[in-house]
Design a protein around this ligand. Structure first.
Ligand code: G3I
Length: 342
């Protein structure tokens, strides 16, 4: 009588030759089933998906529910700006930002800080300072704020928007710029000294199209900083897109060329005016450009619901005013899930 092979011997043989998954292995559907949140889908390709947060809206259950479910990284939208953190020279107010940071940290989320030095959102006392006194005040601001959040900020936008729009690639005229060309690197060095563990970013808008003069000017600055050992770790491409400033065809080229300088690249303030399928496709294009470059480490959308946006009339975000996901949300989630399968 033919000896019957035991079931366990058959199973072992099929496992050995790879026809059966090892015992206890997740089922094939678990490994390839799409992630159901933006953060989880981005994590599949080692990236983060974040959002700008307005602290006073954390008491809104719809707002906080979306934030807590969908996003892994939080940027206080205004609470870390100069006017919010040092409204009077030498007197620092951190409570509004702490509310956002504490909420994020409590939920295991990471925090992007914005912006240590910026030509906008300045308190009135800064306007009265010039020269060495202004330079000292600027660097003290960087030091005090970065030190207060030491160990709790994943990345700082140390400086933002220092180049003028237009064909020249010139620096923007500002009180900080008038203290001398070296103010930017001085800010980065002060931030590194205050919080050695935070990634230090330069953040700007209209630097998504590779051939634009402003993009080239930023790229030259970052290349120079890297060559001279100025501590810079990342570049934030704000990615505010509209019908007149669409997602450029060479977006991935821009991201790749910044990454080639040895820095991380982040879409730091993504929002795209529009609606429906056209908006969804534009979001898909922006996300796909990031997924195409390994050192594009994360994406932050600049607000939760359309009604939370700095430009609400353009309905530029992923959730509608009721908190319902829009076609753009589905396109982003689908792109991020596809990105994981690269
Ligand atoms: O908090 C005050 C409130 O007390 C006052 O009653 C009200 C009316 O005056 O103003 C409130 O402050 C406003 C603040 O947003 C908070 O809502 C400021 O006026 C307003 O200028 C500020 O706008 C922000 C803007 O940056 C300027 O700081 C937007 O929300 C914010 O989305 C926008 O974000 C910037 C990024 O930081 C940098 N990149 C560009 C991006 C869009 O401009």
């Amino acid at each position: 009588m033919r000896k019957l092979l035991s079931a366990s011997l058959i199973t072992a043989s099929l496992t050995t030759v790879g026809l059966l998954p090892p015992a206890g292995a997740a089922s094939a559907t678990t490994l390839t089933s799409p992630a159901t949140t933006l953060a989880a889908a981005a994590e599949r390709s080692g990236r983060y998906f974040g959002v700008a947060v307005q602290g006073y809206k954390l008491s809104d259950p719809t707002y906080a529910g979306i934030l807590d479910r969908e996003f892994a990284v939080v940027t206080p939208e205004n609470e870390l700006k100069l006017d919010a953190t040092e409204p009077v020279q030498g007197r620092f107010t951190f409570a509004p930002a702490d509310r956002v940071v504490d909420h994020a940290v409590r939920l295991g989320k990471r925090v992007r800080g914005q912006t240590l030095l910026w030509h906008s959102a300045q308190p009135s006392w800064l306007a009265s300072l010039r020269g060495a006194a202004l330079r000292q005040a600027m660097l003290n601001h960087v030091t005090q704020v970065a030190a207060h959040y030491r160990g709790r900020i994943q990345a700082w936008d140390v400086v933002g928007e220092v180049f003028a729009d237009g064909p020249t690639g010139a620096r923007r005229d500002s009180n900080f710029q008038r203290t001398g060309d070296d103010w930017i690197e001085a800010a980065f060095r002060a931030a590194r000294a205050a919080d050695p563990g935070a990634k230090l970013c330069y953040n700007d808008y209209n630097i998504e199209n590779w051939v634009h003069a402003k993009t080239q000017a930023v790229h030259r600055m970052v290349r120079d900083f890297r060559a001279r050992g100025v501590p810079i770790d990342c570049v934030g491409l704000q990615s505010h897109f509209t019908a007149n400033h669409p997602v450029p065809a060479d977006f991935a080229t821009t991201i790749r060329n910044f990454a080639a300088l040895g820095v991380d690249v982040q879409l730091s303030e993504l929002d795209i005016e529009g609606s429906g399928a056209t908006q969804a496709e534009n979001y898909r294009r922006a996300v796909t450009a990031c997924l195409a470059v390994d050192r594009c480490t994360g994406i932050t959308v600049w607000g939760v619901r359309d009604s939370d946006s700095w430009r609400a009339s353009g309905t530029p975000l992923l959730f509608d005013p009721t908190g319902a996901p829009k076609p753009a949300y589905t396109a982003v989630l689908d792109s991020l899930n596809g990105g994981a399968c690269r």
